[in-house]
Design a protein around this ligand. Sequence first.
Ligand code: PBG
Length: 323
Amino acid sequence: MAFPVQRPRRLRANPTLRRMTRETQLSTDDLIAPLFVQTGENLRAPIATMPGQFRFSPDTAATEAHELWNLGIPAVILFGIPEGKDAQGSGAHDANGPVPQAVSRIKEIVPEMCVITDVCACEYTDHGHCGILDGESVDNDATLPLLAKSALCHARAGADMVAPSDMMDGRVAAIRAVLDNEKYAAIPIMSYAAKFAGAFYGPFRDAADSTPSFGDRRSYQMDIANRREAMREIALDIEEGADIIIIKPALFCLDIVREAREAFNVPICAYNVSSEYAMIKAAGERGWIQEDQLIDETLLSIKRAGADLIISYHAREWAQKQK
Ligand code: PBG
C-alpha cells in the first residue's frame, strides 16, 4: 500500500529525525590527505591549479602532517618531486629523495600517523611515463623491478604502507615478493587497482611535474568506458596480495565503487582526484557554488557509494570545519 499510508517525508520532518535516519556518516577517520614533497628546507610553495595545496619540503611536510593528525586525520599519502629525472626513473629508489626523507621526518614527529607512499615512476622519469620505455611504449616487465625497489626504499625509510599507482600488470606481486624477502611482510599494499586514463589528473601533473613528454597513458591506465574490466583489475590485484584497493577517479567511478563494494571484501579506497578538487575550487572562487556544502556532499557521496577510505585534497579543510 502506497500513499497516503506511505509518507517518506515523515522521517525528514526535523533535524533530529533526519539525524536518526541518516544512513552514512563521514568521519575524519575515513580521510587520507595527499602531500607533495620536494627536496629543500622550509618550503610551502602554493600550487597554482590546486588552490590550498602546497609543495612541501620534508620538514614542513612533517609540520603539516602533525597538524592533520591533530585534526583527526589518520593518514597521509606522499608524492615526490625529485631534483633530477632520468630515463630509468632512478630517483624513485633514492634513499635521499624527498619521499624517504619526508617519511622519516613525519615518523619522528607523529609516529602514530599512517604514512603511505605513492609508488610510481612518472615523477622520476624524464619522459614522464609511469615506467621504463622500450621505444615509445612502456615495457611492463622491465618496470616491475623499479617499482619493487621504490617500494622497498620507502619501507626502509619507515613508510607504513605503499600504494603503487603505475598500472603495470603484476606489480602488486612483484612488490609483495620484495617486501617479504626483505622482512617487510607486515607492510600492507594499497594498490591503485582500477585507475582510469583521461583528463582527470591534469592539476596533479602540474603539481608533480609529471606530464608525459609524448603520448598519453592509455596503454596502461584503463578506458573510462570499462566497468567489467575494472572488476577484473581489482580481482587480480587482490589475488596478487593487495590489502586495500583504490578506485580512481572517485566521482567519475561511483558505480564502480559500489560494484566493488558488493563483490569484494577488502577495504575500498576512492581517490577524489585533482581535477575534481580544482573544479570545486574554481567554481567556489567565482561564487558560483556553495563550496563548503559541496565539499561535504562530495565526500559523503563517495562514502555512500561504498568507499571505506577517501584520499582527498579537501581532507584538511573538511576536518577543520568539524572542530
Ligand atoms: C602517479 C599518480 C598520479 C595521480 C596519483 N598518482 C598521476 C597520473 O597518473 O598521471 C593523480 C592524482 C590526482 O590527479 O589527484 N602515477
